[in-house]
Design a binder for this molecule. Structure first.
Ligand SMILES: Nc1ncnc2c1ncn2[C@@H]1O[C@H](COP(=O)(O)OP(=O)(O)OP(=O)(O)O)[C@@H](O)[C@H]1O
Ligand SMILES: [Mg+2]
Length: 139
């Protein structure tokens, strides 16, 4: 378990994670509204040396950050009504891309995530810090 005291810590943790990621990796970020999933994603994208401004995907359903070391495909399942809707935007094709996939609210449709997914549970504490636990046995 790691503790992220501030939003800056969350960004820095994502930035440190980025160099450890390889093409095909899938990162599942789980946690309540405002837990820091997008903030960590910002850090990962920055750590890929992308200049992109990361925001949660809403109307476009997936955001693509293509200017870094590896392409990053950023999903947010919170906006999705069903697993079928995710499949309908080409989920299976994204899984075959030589980039990395980050999914906020991945636990909404866990069956969509491949077995090699790295699952992170982010939990806000009363002092505004967050704990992050990597779960190896979610699937
Ligand atoms: N220790 C911390 N770690 C991460 N974010 C923090 C921390 N402390 C404060 N924050 C703030 O909490 C907010 C987290 O928002 P963020 O959009 O990243 O959450 P989210 O998990 O993506 O939410 P949503 O479920 O709505 O997508 C940001 O405004 C961030 O600055
Ligand atoms: Mg978010």
């Amino acid at each position: 378990m790691i503790t992220l005291q501030t939003a800056e810590d969350a960004h820095a943790w994502g930035t440190q994670l980025a160099p450890t990621l390889a093409a095909g990796d899938v990162i599942a970020l789980c946690g309540t509204l405002g837990a820091g999933k997008t903030q960590i994603t910002r850090g990962i994208v920055a750590g890929m040396n992308s200049q992109a401004a990361v925001t949660s995907p809403t109307f476009t359903l997936v955001h693509e950050y293509l200017d870094g070391r590896l392409p990053v495909f950023h999903f947010d399942f919170y906006r999705m009504d069903s697993a079928a809707e995710v499949l309908g935007i080409g989920w299976d094709e994204f899984l075959t891309e030589p980039g990395i996939i980050i999914v906020e609210w991945a636990d909404m449709f866990p069956d969509l995530l491949p077995p090699h997914t790295r699952w992170f549970q982010i939990t806000p504490l009363p002092d505004a810090s967050r704990t992050v636990i990597e779960q190896t046995n979610l699937l």
